[in-house]
Design a protein around this ligand. Structure first.
Ligand code: UT7
Length: 320
């Protein structure tokens, strides 16, 4: 039996930090409101000349170094992003080139908004289990700051830029133990950026629009449901999870979901304060933090879960 195992992680946050106090000068908001409603203290903003692939490159180099492999061993590149460098080619193809990867395995983007990393990890797992890849680079990378309306306080205080990456390798031991993914496009209006390109111009509103309260309720319900579904399938209880690494959108969503699945916050990795909602990048950012600070250890049960525009949602159980 072939399994896929995460053998290295890396992450990158742009140097420029935007605090809640900085935002007080831009929109009618306050540090206290943002912290109490979302848990976010600061976010990072890409430099003008930094692209999503540049953030992905930095995170990938760290993951490759941590895995102790050469970039040429990578035979699959998947980038989960909602803020690609350009309409095409994919950010994954651009990243493959920037890393100088000589193998000509597949490289493609996954667009599942904040659910993107969970989708990408599951896809890479399928490639490896199916024998079509041996060493996959799976990245979540976003420059969301360019999709924000900086006069809309209901969105601009919540999001940030960043990237996280993992190297997934074929192994005879688990590994990724189980995954569950879902989508329901009928809820697509709750969170969207509708704009498109027509005749060389932006057609429609390109900025992120969100019905925050509706997303909040939906998120807590589907995240706890999908975790229950996964645990039931594996015959496990919440208490057997060593670390929950949730999508980092809002501390209140994380707390409510953890409570519903019966997990203490002592077993939850939380990094949202330092980078806000970085969409597809948030889980690999949090994973890398907890791997590097030693909380995540070999043999532990790690559960990741995410929900995002689409709507898409899912969870992956990993034996580290
Ligand atoms: O990855 C998935 C993507 N998104 C999410 O996970 C976000 C999900 N939703 C949320 O995180 C929360 O709903 C928010 C953080 C967006 C908002 O928190 P809330 O507790 O649901 O607040 P609310 O929308 O009910 O707004 C409460 C009040 C309103 O004023 P009134 O009507 O009570 O007078 C808002 O106008 O807060 C006001 N408000 C703000 N005040 C200061 C909204 N945004 C701000 C702001 N600063 N930035």
């Amino acid at each position: 039996m072939i399994y896929s195992k995460i053998i290295g992680t890396g992450s990158y946050l742009p140097a420029k930090v935007l605090t809640n106090y900085d935002l007080e000068k831009i929109v009618d908001t306050s540090h206290d409101w943002i912290v109490s409603r979302s848990g976010i203290v600061e976010r990072h903003i890409a430099a003008d000349d930094e692209l999503t692939s540049d953030l992905a490159l930095q995170a990938s180099r760290k993951a490759i170094a941590a895995a102790g492999i050469s970039a040429d061993e990578i035979d699959l590149v998947i980038v989960a992003t909602t803020s690609p460098d350009q309409l095409f080619p994919s950010t994954a193809c651009i990243l493959q080139d920037k890393l100088g990867i000589k193998s000509r395995g597949p490289a493609f983007d996954i667009q599942a908004v904040c659910g993107g990393f969970v989708y990408a990890l599951n896809t890479a797992d399928m490639y490896i289990k199916g024998g079509q890849a041996k060493t996959a680079l799976v990245v979540g990378a976003e420059v969301l700051s360019r999709m924000l309306d900086w006069s809309d306080r209901t969105t601009c205080v919540l999001f940030g830029d960043g990237a996280g990456a993992v190297i997934l390798s074929a192994s005879d031991k688990p590994g990724i133990a189980a995954s569950k993914l879902h989508a329901d496009g009928s809820h697509r209006d709750m969170l969207k950026a509708e704009g498109n390109i027509r005749n060389g111009e932006v057609d429609g509103d390109p900025f992120i629009k969100m019905d925050g309260q509706a997303v909040f309720k939906f998120a807590v319900k589907v995240l706890s449901d999908v975790v229950d579904e996964l645990l039931e399938e594996k015959g496990m209880s919440g208490s057997e999870i060593n670390w929950l690494v949730p999508h980092q959108a809002n501390i209140r969503i994380i707390e409510a979901t953890s409570k519903k699945i019966g997990l203490s916050m002592d077993n939850v990795i939380v990094t949202v304060a330092n980078h806000g909602n970085t969409s597809a990048a948030s889980i690999p950012l949090a994973l890398d933090t907890a791997v590097r600070d030693g909380r995540i250890q070999a043999g532990q049960n790690i559960l990741i879960e995410a929900v995002g525009g689409g709507f898409t949602w899912g969870a992956v159980l990993i034996k580290w």
